[in-house]
Design a protein around this ligand. Structure first.
Ligand code: HEM
Length: 402
């Protein structure tokens, strides 16, 4: 079979993934930008088979992929900065466990839970601002984008006036429409900013997670190095907002299309189910990059040669009709909850899942509580041009009445 090319001009990445799965099966050969030959796993079975491996069969380190080695990585490869960084998503086994252990010392469940009242306050402030915005409001610009940026930046102690720049760099890094020079420039600028930011926090620690990470220490005295701190912040500041921006907006679109599924504001159990269904069927993270087989492997009966990159299509798994039936793509929050892979699975399971779940619940319940008549104001929505994440570029809504 000839490799399928992705991205497909004019087609949303979620549609491409579902088409590849339905036409090509659970494991399909693909060609990525830069003419990189790769594979996509697309079904619930094949995705889980790859994700649950502990790093002994599939590595996350690009040095285990000849096509992406330093020096030979194609110059026009758009996601270069993401797959070559020195962070959690490019580490395996003990190296990965050690880093996560140190991060967990500071990023505790108690710290996440303590963010609840502040997230509510930020949300309420943004909703107050919406009322003055006139009849049609772009919900991305005024709500789903500023909220996660404010939350993650506040958690890590990034001052307000420096936040907008982080959003700009992230857009350049994740969208495949940016040129390689732009992406490299954004990555370098962001790393330079963060190095100076860490120095500032060392000199003047605060009550934030950056200061907590600087102080984090295992019982045996092991600590995070400067380089590790730098890359943790780089990854978390990107992964910690982009994903949530789009999932809030995708959920609003789904709830506007299915108004009977909007729970009562204080029915937090039902809101939690709405969030899980959004993660399953309208996820903002469609694909995760990459797993490199350390030897020739069989996945769902197909042979993948050692070292060839595998794109893991979470959206393919979570809308797989074999698992979820013929209406798998339908948004239905009354479904029996299932082990979806919206936050991944296995050793790289999302570090920020508890924070994201909390933030999503507060954002959606507060928005629909304040504006029960909210509806989407346009027929056509355009989506972000990314291989990894998907969400509307803008979301014009009318706040009510219905
Ligand atoms: C990893 C999704 C929010 C930080 C992941 C992975 C997924 C994911 C699918 C696995 C990647 C892989 O296996 O290659 C999401 C979604 C979110 C969200 C859908 C929101 C709706 C967040 C937030 C943070 C965060 C708020 C930060 C606090 C991370 C980090 C990793 C990760 C650091 C890497 C973990 C590791 O490799 O050990 N996320 N995420 N994410 N996420 Fe999230």
């Amino acid at each position: 079979m000839e490799p399928l090319q992705i991205p497909v001009p004019g087609e949303r990445t979620s549609q491409t993934i579902r088409r590849f799965r339905d036409e090509g099966g659970p494991v399909v050969p693909i060609e990525l930008p830069g003419k990189v030959n790769a594979w996509m796993v697309t079904s619930y079975e094949s995705v889980n088979e790859v994700l649950i491996n502990d790093g002994t069969l599939f590595s996350k380190n690009h040095l285990n992929c000849p096509a992406l080695h330093d020096g030979t990585i194609p110059p026009d490869w758009p996601l270069r900065q993401l797959v070559q960084g020195d962070h959690l998503l490019t580490k395996d086994g003990d190296d990965h466990r050690r880093l996560r252990g140190l991060i967990n010392r500071a990023f505790t469940p108690a710290r996440v839970a303590s963010m609840g009242p502040r997230i509510q306050q930020i949300t309420d402030g943004l909703l107050d601002g919406l009322a003055g915005e006139g009849e049609v409001v772009d919900l991305v610009r005024h709500f789903s984008e500023p909220l996660p940026i404010a939350v993650i930046c506040e958690l890590f102690g990034v001052p307000e006036e420096e936040r907008y720049q982080l959003r700009e760099w992230t857009n350049v890094l994740l969208f495949h429409t940016a040129s390689p020079e732009e992406a490299a420039g954004a990555a370098q600028a962001m790393l330079g900013y963060l190095a100076a930011f860490i120095e500032r926090k060392r000199a003047e620690p605060g009550d934030d997670l950056t200061s907590g990470l600087i102080q984090a220490q295992e019982d045996d005295g092991d600590r995070l190095s400067d380089n590790e701190m730098l890359w943790i912040l780089w990854l978390v500041l990107i992964a910690g907002h982009e994903t949530t921006v789009h999932l809030i907006a995708n959920s609003v679109i789904a709830l506007c299309a299915h108004p009977s599924q909007v729970p009562a504001t204080d029915d937090q159990d039902s809101w939690a189910k709405v969030v899980e269904e959004a993660l399953r069927s309208r996820n903002s993270v469609l694909n995760v990059m990459f797993r490199y087989p350390l030897q020739d492997v069989q996945v769902a009966g197909t042979k993948i040669p050692a070292g060839e990159p595998i794109v893991v299509a979470l959206d393919g798994a979570d809308t797989d009709p074999v698992r979820y039936g013929p209406d798998a793509t339908l948004f239905d929050a009354s479904r029996e909850p299932d082990v979806h892979v919206g936050f991944g699975r296995g050793p790289h399971f999302c570090l920020g899942a508890p924070l994201a779940r909390l933030e999503m619940r507060i954002a959606l319940s507060s928005l629909f509580g304040r504006y029960p008549g909210l509806r989407v104001a346009v027929d056509e929505i355009s989506y972000t041009p990314s291989l990894i994440t998907e969400g509307p570029v803008a979301l014009p809504v009318v706040l009510g009445p219905r």
